[in-house]
Unconditional design. Sequence first.
Length: 359
Amino acid sequence: MKRLLILEDGTVFEGEAFGAEANIFGEIVFTTSMTGYQETITDQSFNGQIITFTYPLVGNYGVNRDDYESIAPTCKGVVVKENARLASNWRNQMTLDEFLKRKGIPGISGIDTRALTKKLRQHGTMKASMVEPGDQLEHAFDQLKATVLPTNQVAQVSTTKPYPSPGVGRNVIVIDFGLKHSILRELSKRQCNITVMPYDTTAETILELNPDGVMLTNGPGDPKDVPEAIEMIKKIQGHVPIFGICLGHQLFALANGANTYKMKFGHRGLNHPVREIATGRIDFTSQNHGYAVDEKTIDPEKLMVTHVEVNDGSIEGIRHRDYPAFSVQFHPDAAPGPHDAVHLFDEFMEMMDAGKEHA
């Protein structure tokens, strides 16, 4: 069955339908990941977005029970060059087509994803819709132009109530802006006693629990749309060690007077080289973000830049000069991707232990 992908600049791609029925709108982005499509689709940082995979074959190893980054994905659609009809892997439980049908996510295959990616690189991310050919194109264009993309994405994906992930070690509060399960896995590997809390949790509530550290997770959208989190970070820093990842990194920067900006097409993929300034060490990292911290707005008396992107020089890590707090733009938890930067979780552990010693 045919299906159409319509971009707001008037471009129409015709391809084959798979997954759920289509009549959706969202921001279309691309990821350069060669593997890890299940983790990518279930990453809540893709909330409201249509994901284009640049790798030509997707779905060849199916979907399994172990690689979820969230149980209820909220991306809007999936675009691939070729959707594998058969899945072959010893962990396979269902095909990508079956998985998308169950989750209510439409897909389109058989289109020129290289041409689509080139367009997004040239013109930036844009609104798009996925519809069935029977729908009137003119009406679909009008709808697309009139669509206003939501700004409450973090509220859509964050937990509404606190919940524990019990351990026997350090007490860590994880503020859920759209967390990946792999962050919890890395903390659990280090025997942390975890409490996951909603995005709008107040500083007073956090400090009352007397945690050893606070993790600010990844999440979707513009960090400036979460002002309550910025205020919370201002109040807890200096009282408790902080580690921010992705959106958490941007929020930490905003809380310390820096500014953020929307990137032309963002960083999404598993092959982004990041240089640690102090050592010159290069880590290949997993990334998924459309916003970045503006280097020109960083106050050098407050924050120190620790990591930069090798390809475009954008800010990838900062550390507070006075408080035990640091953040990175990439995903040290990987999933999918290389584990080069997983040592940052150990640095967080050391930071919490040092905080106990000085308490």
